[in-house]
Design a protein around this ligand. Structure first.
Ligand SMILES: O=C(CO)[C@H](O)[C@H](O)COP(=O)(O)O
Length: 226
């Protein structure tokens, strides 16, 4: 049985496939909302839709395989027609925090490579200002403590993400620092400052990337264009 939030995730995930057309190369995001998108896409492929996907995580690649969605990679595709992904926070300017699932680096690659980025979220992800959700930052394992220390100078106490007692290792072999900034008044500036720190691979701030947000709640979905 799906709980209310999962029902909404299913609703927006399934609704988003409306934008996928025959012949497209699609960036496949990560997370529990994207799961429903990939599953629905598999149903369309079954009845003849011809598309290829580039997954942003090993988990999404597994789902694609499970649902019969063909995959490709950047040695075959120069640009994606469309990327569909979830988010952890979306503000009024469509700036995002992503990386709750630890896939932010590849998610940013498929977002940057796409002509259009569609974000699918339940209403609880919509915020007036980013930062309540601790910002995930992917860092190199070597000297991560030094990187965390530099990040802390920008106003947070980073926590290395852990699982079963050890650091979570991303699909790229790196670590994730969860950084509770509380309120991020200038996301673009913070992103630039973080990217200048040695050891930072990528941040979960997606600024000026989203083109369309599909938001769902118990009453249905709403689509907002930038
Ligand atoms: O950025 C992500 C993974 O790195 C996800 O898109 C984000 O965490 C949202 O996940 P969900 O759809 O499960 O709420």
């Amino acid at each position: 049985m799906l709980n209310e939030k999962d029902k909404v995730k299913k609703l927006v995930g399934e609704a988003s496939v409306e934008y996928i057309k025959d012949g497209m190369n699609i960036g496949l995001g990560s997370g529990s909302t994207v799961y429903w998108m990939v599953k629905k896409l598999g149903k369309l492929v079954e009845v003849g839709l011809d598309i290829k996907g580039i997954p942003s995580s090993n988990q999404t690649a597994e789902w694609a395989e499970q649902f019969g969605v063909s995959l490709t990679d950047f040695s075959h595709v120069k640009q994606l027609d469309l990327t569909i992904d979830g988010a952890d926070e979306v503000d009024q300017d469509f700036q995002l925090i992503k990386g709750g699932g630890g896939a932010l680096f590849r998610e940013k690659v498929i977002a940057a490579a796409a002509k259009e980025l569609i974000i699918i979220v339940d209403k609880s992800k919509m915020v007036t200002q980013l930062g309540k959700y601790p910002l995930p930052i992917e860092v190199l394992p070597f000297g991560w403590q030094m990187t965390a220390n530099e990040i802390s100078r920008l106003g947070c106490v980073p926590q290395v993400r852990k699982k079963a007692g050890g650091p979570v290792v991303t699909d790229n072999g790196n670590y994730i620092l969860d950084c509770p900034f509380k309120l991020i008044s200038n996301p673009r500036k913070l992103d630039e400052e973080l990217k200048r720190i040695v050891g930072v691979v990528e941040t979960g701030l997606f600024i000026g990337m989203a083109d369309k947000i599909i938001v769902g709640d118990g009453d249905g979905i709403r689509t907002m264009n930038v």
